[in-house]
Ligand binder design. Structure first.
Ligand SMILES: Nc1ncnc2c1ncn2[C@@H]1O[C@H](COP(=O)(O)OP(=O)(O)O)[C@@H](O)[C@H]1O
Ligand SMILES: [Mg+2]
Length: 314
């Protein structure tokens, strides 16, 4: 049954197809004979109550340097599509928020993956706080006295921007670190939002596990081990992907948050777990799908399309 699918994403010429989850989804969609259209969020237009975009027919190929072919742009009303994949990467800024408002107009008649209203309501590092039993001791604030008290209680801490991504500005502050004051000042002038102060989890050396859930069910996982000279496990920061199994605790995390994800139409979600603690619930455009398959794991892209197709049949 081919579906009419449009993908809203970052410029396709710039993506790294080796690691890009969106690209994995597009390859699988094409293999299933769905028709693909492509646009970037700056080509959206809400005219009265009708949402349009300048959409270009898209073909993809799993070949570096030659991974896409685009046809001529055509102004299309987005409600005529069966499925929209909202896959632009953060920053989770006002441009991003605006795109969720626009796409909300056509969902769920057109199935937007993930549900745009719930994407807006679930910034990755804030959403976790709905599950206090699963996360490490965490403080969200920009208040100096609060941070000092937290530091006194927990000793070794990590400071990171609340809307950071890809390991940007993640710092470990040891109890005796005299740079804390300056770091605080730097954060206060650089970021307008609150930031995350978290207990430092020493076991991060063994990795930060990315677990993908599809419609609230465990689908696949990859461990990411930081480089010897870096705190950060993100693959864009030199973290190495490793094959992995889920521990009992990680299965419990999936079981606990699964229903909340399903209820909110968060079909494609990537969670991060360090030492059995949930640190992030990524609902925007989580990576990991390609790494999981490359390491001999399950075909998560196929599981996602099975789910989307089943939802479109109803
Ligand atoms: N509480 C922590 N303890 C130890 N390492 C951490 C902690 N928080 C973050 N890190 C390290 O920093 C990396 C990036 O932090 P994360 O919270 O995942 O933000 P981002 O959105 O930038 O990926 C993690 O993959 C991990 O290696
Ligand atoms: Mg992360």
């Amino acid at each position: 049954m081919g579906l009419n699918v449009a993908v809203q994403m970052d410029p396709i010429e710039r993506i790294n197809i080796r690691g890009d989850s969106t690209f994995a989804l597009l390859l699988e969609a094409q293999a299933r004979k769905h028709r693909l259209g492509y646009y970037t969020s700056d080509r959206l237009a809400l005219v009265g109550d009708r949402l349009y975009a300048a959409v270009r027919p898209l073909q993809v190929r799993d070949k570096e340097g030659d991974h896409f072919m685009l046809g001529e742009a055509e102004r299309v009303e987005l409600s005529t599509y069966d499925v929209i994949l909202m896959r632009q990467d953060p920053p989770f800024d006002l441009a991003y928020i605006t795109a969720t408002h626009l796409l909300e107009r056509i969902h769920p008649k057109t199935l937007v993956v993930n549900d745009p209203a719930h994407v807006r309501n679930a910034p990755e590092k804030v959403f976790v706080t709905e599950f206090p039993n699963l996360m490490p001791p965490t403080l969200i604030t920009r208040d100096l006295a609060e941070i000092k008290a937290f530091r006194k209680e927990h000793g070794d801490i990590v400071m990171k921007p609340l809307y950071g991504k890809g390991g940007e500005a993640v710092f470990r502050v040891a109890p005796e670190d005299l740079n804390f004051g300056s770091l605080y000042d730097l954060f206060a002038t650089t970021f307008r939002e609150a930031w995350v102060v978290q207990k430092f989890l020493a076991a991060v050396k063994q990795g930060d596990k990315r677990i993908i859930l599809v419609d609230g069910e465990f689908a696949g996982a990859v461990n990411r081990v930081p480089a010897a000279d870096d705190l950060r496990s993100n693959m864009v920061r030199g973290g190495t992907p490793k094959e992995t199994e889920l521990t009992a605790r990680e299965r419990e995390i999936c079981r606990t948050i699964g229903p909340a994800l399903r209820e909110r139409g968060l079909i494609v979600v990537g969670i991060d777990v360090i030492d059995g603690y949930l640190t992030e619930i990524n609902v925007t455009s989580p990576t990991g799908i390609r790494a999981i398959k490359n390491l001999g794991g399950p075909d998560v892209a196929a599981m996602i399309w099975d789910k989307i197709e089943a939802k479109r049949k109803r």
